[in-house]
Write a protein that binds this ligand. Structure first.
Ligand code: IPM
Ligand code: MN
Length: 355
């Protein structure tokens, strides 16, 4: 029997729908080629829907999403909605409700893509960040005292549980072993200042490391990681870190791999429903212009297939993307590609059909 996957598609705001359309174009091409089937189920979530209905992520939608095999997300973010509402109400809510405790962000400089780092090339920039995705400063723990008075106090707490840290660290060790590159896992923390949170991280990391004698371990403070990422990116194989640091270092990492047009991410619950997304935002000013780069969304679809176990299809997508980046696209930045959004999708599709 043909294998069939039910994919929840959340095109979202701004340029989200444009890049998601290209992702689906590629998913359709590759699934036909590899003999499995994808059924898409569209969900109208995001800023437009919120402004029209006041609805963010109703329980009925959560229930329906929980019966899917994966979620494919475009972007969430709207210029007319106050920052925080859609992010917390939809994106973070999805990550938390589905316990997607890993945010996996591959950082790879492909041939033909320019990096702002002098004298570094594709052989130097190829690592993966495993970001904890359900704890830390993102839980919303904290509050105000004496709000709107001169004595106001704002507290935002970083929550780190032994279980939450351990499952993330363990995932990173497993991933590092499977990736089989240098087999080196670097913990990114701040043990010199955050002496509670990262003490727990470091102790957990060192304990779990004993079960992985084949993996070399390393530690660096987050500020030093930022420095090394620019100076010696070739030092990294897999980096594991908490939610906030992971958020910050992966924007830096996205820039050294060529920018937001390329960077993809996966929100993974290894035993649940995972969500795949380009890590860039909704880019409202480019909406409908067909100038945004769909490669990040196509690579998110690629990681989705890899996670679902469709290894061959995933490799096909990556190879086709590499060919397009090497041979066709002039520049990966929006408006500079030399092609429209959908033409880039067509190019990737063309190379998949050819193999
Ligand atoms: C990301 C984004 C989100 C985050 C925002 C939009 C809430 O920056 O996916 O990295 O901080 O996690
Ligand atoms: Mn971010």
């Amino acid at each position: 029997m043909t294998k069939e996957y039910n994919i929840a598609v959340i095109p979202g705001d701004g340029t989200g729908p444009e890049v998601v359309a290209e992702g689906i174009k590629i998913l359709d091409t590759v699934s036909a080629k590899c003999g499995f089937k994808l059924s898409y189920h569209n969900y109208n979530l995001g800023g437009e829907h919120y402004l029209a209905t006041g609805e963010l992520l109703p329980d009925s939608v959560i229930e329906s999403l929980s019966r899917k095999d994966a979620m494919f997300l475009g972007a969430i973010g709207h210029p007319d909605v106050k920052p925080g509402i859609l992010e917390k109400g939809i994106l973070l809510n999805l990550r938390f409700r589905f316990d997607q405790y890993i945010n996996l962000r591959p950082v790879k400089l492909y041939e033909g893509v320019e990096t702002p780092i002098k004298n570094k090339g594709p052989k130097d920039i190829d690592f993966v960040v495993v970001r904890e995705n359900t704890e830390g400063l993102y839980t919303g723990a904290g509050g105000f005292l004496k709000k709107d008075t001169p004595d106001e106090v704002a507290i935002q707490e970083s929550i780190n549980t032994r279980k939450g840290v351990e499952r993330c660290v363990r995932y990173a060790f497993e991933y590092c072993r499977k990736r089989n590159k240098e087999k080196k896992l670097t913990l990114c923390g701040k043990t010199n200042v955050l002496t509670y949170a990262f003490d727990l991280w470091e102790r957990t990391f060192n304990e779990v490391a004993k079960e992985y004698p084949d993996i070399k371990t390393d530690y660096a403070n987050v500020d030093a990681i930022c420095m090394w990422m620019v100076k010696n990116p070739e030092w990294f194989d897999v980096i594991v870190t908490d939610n906030m640091f992971g958020d910050i270092i992966t924007d830096l990492a996205a820039m050294i791999q060529g920018g937001m047009g390329i960077a993809a991410g996966a929100n993974i619950n290894p035993s649940g429903v995972s969500m795949f997304e380009p890590i860039g935002g909704s880019a409202p000013k480019y909406t409908g212009k067909q100038i945004i780069n769909p490669i990040a969304a196509i690579l998110a679809a690629q990681v989705m297939l890899e996670t679902l176990g469709e290894e061959k299809a995933s490799v096909m997508i990556e190879n086709a993307v590499m060919t397009v980046l090497r041979n066709d696209i002039i520049d990966v930045a929006a408006g500079k590609m030399g092609y429209t959004t959908s033409e880039v999708g067509d190019l990737v599709k063309g190379y998949i059909i050819k193999v």
